[in-house]
Design a protein around this ligand. Structure first.
Ligand code: SF4
Length: 217
């Protein structure tokens, strides 16, 4: 079994609930969406066996205990990802696995069925229908609360779905694709905007893109 990988590297998590956590990143190739603000360079990939990905992860061990599966959209290659995680577990490597996804391919049942393999799903909906699906899923099944973290990439409050209410969720500023946006200014601007709406969404967490501020991958 092989998978299409864009790059494997180590860095600190720059976004969402795991911001600042050192991790091994597996950036899988391809996405099923075409967001106009997408800043992920996906111009090339290589085919690599799941065995070799598993070995690359285990060989990177320098104290890092977290693997972040990202993309593109990593769940396009869900079976390959799960197979790699199983191989690591069978070999005795006890990493925490995080998946960053747009949430359009997986379901709440898939999240629950794989809770022993993937501890954290960072779901960043890009359309209202997907957002409503995950908000309802978390609302209806509290066992999902610690597994799923919703993250919205926005320029203004009115881009958020109205159903969030008291739910805890993350926002980060939407930057321009050409790299002209200053990530610090964009973050400050978002904080200022969100302050006006705290009464409506009291459990919002406003985060910058740390890796953009640091200028690292
Ligand atoms: S879902 Fe993410 S990776 Fe895919 S096009 Fe949108 S921003 Fe880019």
């Amino acid at each position: 079994m092989t998978m299409k990988v864009h790059e494997i590297f180590e860095s600190i998590c720059g976004e969402g609930p795991v911001i600042g956590v050192p991790a091994i990143f597996i950036r899988l190739y391809g996405c099923n969406l075409k967001c106009d603000f997408c800043d992920t360079k996906q111009d090339d990939f290589y085919d690599i066996s799941v065995n070799d990905v598993s070995e690359a992860i285990s060989a990177s061990v320098n104290g890092t205990r977290v693997v972040c599966w990202t993309g593109g959209e990593p769940t396009i290659q869900l079976n390959e990802m799960l197979r790699t995680i199983s191989l690591l577990k069978t070999s005795g490597f006890d990493f925490d696995h995080i998946v960053e996804t747009n949430g359009t391919i997986i379901t709440a049942d898939i999240v629950k069925a794989n809770k022993d393999k993937i501890s954290v799903w960072i779901i960043s909906p890009k359309d209202n229908q997907t957002a409503k699906y995950w908000i309802t899923a978390i609302h209806d099944d509290k066992t999902l609360v610690n597994m799923i973290h919703l993250k919205f990439v926005i320029s203004s409050f009115d881009e958020l779905p109205s159903e969030l209410g008291n739910m805890r969720f993350y926002v980060q500023p939407k930057l321009t694709v050409d790299g002209d946006s200053d990530p610090v200014s964009a973050f400050k601007s978002l904080v200022e905007q969100m302050w006006k709406f705290i009464v409506i969404v009291p459990n919002v967490v406003i985060l910058p893109q740390l890796h953009k501020i640091m200028g690292v991958r």
